[in-house]
Design a protein around this ligand. Structure first.
Ligand SMILES: [Fe+2]
Ligand SMILES: [Fe+2]
Length: 136
């Protein structure tokens, strides 16, 4: 099941950023499939853990890129990363505490979809464009 597809407007043009996004979106879609196939809470929870882990690693890589390129909007973008990580950790706490049938809740997937459709075309695209413009 493809819940989230990376669209053209989400291509930032930066190979590392786009590659990371594609990898994370793939796991989000695996979670969508697991939920619709009524997989166990344990299976779904592991996928959610992996999404959070890979997302943290991705944000750290973007944060390093911003530092390397002396990105003027680094503070704003890094604060957004910190906020998103906080939200995802809250989601995990909710997920762990919720009864098994709540795993079916689409709110989880709507949250993830919003995260990627909103953050990538704005914050990440602007960062990628800035780095591309620096190249001689
Ligand atoms: Fe990103
Ligand atoms: Fe970002």
């Amino acid at each position: 099941m493809v819940w989230i597809a990376l669209e053209e407007r989400q291509e930032t043009g930066h190979a590392m950023i786009d590659g990371d996004h594609a990898g994370i979106v793939e796991i989000i879609n695996q979670l969508a499939s697991a939920i619709t196939q009524h997989k166990s809470k344990d299976v779904c929870g592991k996928l959610l853990d992996q999404i959070i882990h890979d997302t943290k690693a991705h944000f750290a890589r973007e944060n390093r890129l911003m530092a390397e390129h002396h990105y003027p909007k680094a503070d704003q973008h890094q604060a957004e990363h910190a906020r998103l990580i906080g939200q995802s950790l809250d989601l995990k706490i909710w997920f762990d505490a919720a009864p098994a049938e709540s795993v079916m809740s689409v709110s989880l997937l709507h949250f993830l979809e919003d995260w990627w459709t909103r953050h990538i075309p704005s914050f990440d695209k602007e960062l990628a464009d800035f780095i591309a413009a620096q190249k001689p």
